[in-house]
Write a protein that binds this ligand. Sequence first.
Ligand code: IPE
Ligand code: IPE
Ligand code: MG
Length: 236
Amino acid sequence: MAKTEFSTLPVHLGIIMDGNGRWAKKRGMPRTFGHKAGAEAMRKILRECRELGIRYVTCYAFSTENWSRPPEEVAVLMRLFDEYLDEAHERFDKSRLIFIGDKTPFSDKLREKMLRLEAETADIEGFTIFLAMNYGGRDEIVRAVRRLAQKAAQGEISPDEIDESAVSRELYTYPAPDCDYIIRTSGEQRISNFLMWQGAYSELYFTDTLWPDFDTKALHAALEEYQRRSRRFGGI
Ligand code: IPE
Ligand code: IPE
Ligand code: MG
């Protein structure tokens, strides 16, 4: 495919990959069929992001709230993650992988795979994927604040040193910069607890396209829209 030129690209792109269930339903298939198709879409989109030169991509795969889904769906999602991570080497070629979110509720096997992939890709520079699994933006902030409170209680820092940059340093995505642009598919226009801190000044892009249908052409359309945005950060 001919390389599209973009004058400005987000340094850190966030993607809320939504609509897998509805995509499957439209085809008379079980929701899990949509999750499989969604995993394939993610692989293609991530490869394109890397080739375009985006530095950081955060993909929302499973939220802290998604545990409230029927146990059968959660079980299938866990199995899919497990299979997906087995193929991660081919899928996430030349990418640093970091799982953001609380890993403790996952099975030992899944957690070990996550830790191994993080270790094996730790030296890769240029393109970082943050895969949000059991991630919640509020949970991330609570953890950061708790960590700072512990440091203060132990006398490592003074409470006066707790400022915005101190909180940022305790986030899962540190030292990546704040998120510039958030894409959400499937027509829902909300953030659903994604990057609550890092997204404070993100530009938002909503599309009706369901996640499994979100292809490189759809990504290019979203990035073209980003170039038209004028970011002011409270200035004029
Ligand atoms: C997004 O698709 C994937 C996850 C949240 C795991 P959904 O499963 O939310 O699909 P819809 O929104 O029900 O169509
Ligand atoms: C957000 O999608 C979470 C992920 C894409 C992983 P949801 O489908 O869970 O969000 P809501 O429930 O529509 O807000
Ligand atoms: Mg959804």
